[in-house]
Write a protein that binds this ligand. Sequence first.
Ligand code: HEM
Length: 166
Amino acid sequence: MYAEVDRVLGRQAATMQSYPQLRYTEMVFAESMRLYPPAWAMGRQSTRPVDFGPYRFPPDTHFFMSQYIMHRSPEYWEDPLAFRPERHTPAAKAVRPRFVYFPFGGGNRQCIGEGFAWMEGVLSLATIAHAQRWRLHFVPRHPAVAQARITLRAKFPLAMRVEVSR
Ligand code: HEM
């Protein structure tokens, strides 16, 4: 990702024009949302009986679908806790079953901001990883712990030391 950001941005700030070239950065963003999906679960309430495989659910059943669980399932992901952006190459995505990876939900209520969020996430990440301008170093005494609220977030501030490049 550092190499790609270096090649695509040089010393310029990330813009809409750089976005299509930041393909590996996008894979890093995708892999971050696999292990730490901002929407970690979502729910539905049935209004009528629902047949689902061998099960029949009455009206008013509450269903929960968890991105956090599916994104870490050893049934679908090899070595699921390993951070591997290569899981998100176009070829790998083409053979992935639907709803194994769904950070933006799906169906009728699919996130309306998905396209914008990909662009915003990739350009933010490229800006953070813009080593020609600065480098951020994690300060180890601040533990990186996830906390599941309505969204999944960092439990403690992620303190960084900023080294400005010359
Ligand atoms: C990384 C960023 C984001 C993530 C992970 C995310 C995730 C989601 C998910 C999972 C849903 C579906 C919830 C459900 O089905 O119960 C959703 C819905 C929605 N999102 Fe996002 N979202 C993101 C960014 C955005 C942005 C940037 C916007 C607006 C600019 C946005 C607007 C919406 C709206 C309006 C809905 C409701 C759609 C509907 O119910 O028809 N989201 N989002």
